[in-house]
Structure formats: C-alpha cells, structure tokens
Design a protein around this ligand. Structure first.
Ligand code: B4P
Length: 189
C-alpha cells in the first residue's frame, strides 16, 4: 500500500503535484482543504465553523479534522493507496494518522516536503487569489497562514525524519521537473 503525505507551506504545490501523483500511481486523493471548501460551499454546520478559521488564516481544530479524515478513510474504495494532501498539519494530526493507518495494518510510506522560498509562495498565492478568487488568498491572510505554517506545521519535518519517512523535494521549477523528482523518490521505495 502506497501512502504518501504531501507536505509544504501554503502555495507550495501540494494540490498541483497531487493531481500528477494520482494519475501516475493510481492512488486515492484526500485533500482536507478540498473537503473543507466543499462543506463551506454547501453551507453545512461544519462548513460554517471551518470558514471562520480559514478566512482568518488559522488551522481548523484538530478534533474536527481528525473526525473528517476518519470518515473519509472509512468510505474510500479499495485502491493502491492514498495521497494525503494538506494533512497532517499538526503533530496530533500526524499521531492520529499513524493510529488510523496502523489499525488497517498500514503506515505512511513517504512524506514529500515541497520546499519553496517564501517570496515565491506569496507570489503564487496572490496570483491564485486574483485568478480563482479564493477568500484566503489575500496578502493579510497569506501572512497569517505562513506564520501558522512556521509555528504549527513545520515541526512535522522533524517528526517524519524521526519516523524515517522524510524526503526533501525542491518545489521551485517547472511542474514537470518537480514531479520528476517526486517519481524518483517514490519509485525508490
Ligand atoms: P489547502 O487547500 O491545503 O491549501 P494550500 O496549502 O493553500 O495550497 P497548496 O499547497 O495545495 O497549493 P497549490 O498546489 O494549489 O488549505 C487551505 C486551508 O484549509 C488552510 O489554510 C487551513 O485553514 C485549512 N486546512 C486544510 N487542511 C487542514 C488541516 N489538516 N488541519 C487544519 N486546517 C486545515 O498551489 C498554489 C498555487 O501555486 C496554484 O495557483 C498553482 O497553480 C501554483 N503553482 C503550483 N506549483 C507551481 C510551480 N511549480 N510553479 C509556479 N506555480 C505553481
């Protein structure tokens, strides 16, 4: 079972590279950001709660995210594995993922850390905000998201280094060159 965690700061290309990975390796895709945006669009109770956090550039509380993940995992069709996109974002989320996978006799196979300099992240997110109108892609919220990433999410690099699953990926360059490095890393497993 190929369980890939795709990791990186906001705008590092997690969602973008996930699309290529799904096609190449035939894995299921779980994007917590996409799940939350769908809940917001459908104006559910969860969506209303999540919107308050996302619009402020904050993480949605772990308990809500872990419940979402458990239910999405339970409803997945059989496949060769899963790409976890935007999850985990905190140490408690990583610990919960480990438990959920271990219960299924599985584990994370690899954590891909897409490394992109902060100026480039801001440029990409501002551009996406102009093109797609995502409410959290404005300068004020982007700055908050980067602080949250550096304080709450970045410690996961050490967590996965200790687990022996960490893989650095240079996230700057063409989509194809970045994907080439991902394929090389995954095929080594
Ligand atoms: P996400 O949906 O995960 O969004 P993201 O981190 O902003 O984007 P991603 O890295 O996927 O960027 P993309 O590929 O699109 O999260 C949104 C919010 O939801 C979070 O801030 C949080 O509030 C909440 N949330 C989600 N998961 C959570 C969790 N587990 N716990 C708590 N809260 C959670 O790329 C960005 C742009 O760059 C695109 O426009 C793309 O076209 C461009 N791009 C990509 N690669 C490029 C390249 N190589 N060169 C140039 N441009 C590139």
């Amino acid at each position: 079972m190929l369980n890939i965690v795709i990791f990186g700061a906001p705008g590092s290309g997690k969602g973008t590279q996930s699309e290529f990975i799904i096609k190449k390796f035939g894995v299921n895709h779980i994007s917590t950001g996409d799940v939350l945006r769908a809940e917001i669009k459908n104006n559910t109770e969860l969506g209303k709660t999540a919107k308050g956090y996302i619009d402020q550039g904050q993480l949605v509380p772990d308990s809500l995210i872990i419940d979402i993940l458990a239910s999405v995992l339970d409803n997945l069709k059989e496949s060769k594995g899963v790409i976890f996109d935007g999850f985990p974002r905190t140490i408690p989320q990583a610990e919960a993922l480990k438990v959920m996978l271990n219960e299924r006799g599985q584990d994370v196979s690899i954590m891909l850390d897409l490394d992109v300099p902060e100026e480039e992240l801001i440029t990409r997110l501002i551009k996406r905000g102009q093109e797609c109108g995502r409410a959290d892609d404005n300068m004020e919220t982007i700055k908050k998201r980067l602080v949250v990433y550096n304080t709450q999410t970045s410690p996961l690099k050490d967590y996965y280094k200790k687990e022996g699953k960490y893989q650095y990926i240079k996230g700057l360059g063409t989509l194809e060159s970045i994907f080439g490095d991902i394929v090389t890393a995954v095929e080594k497993l």
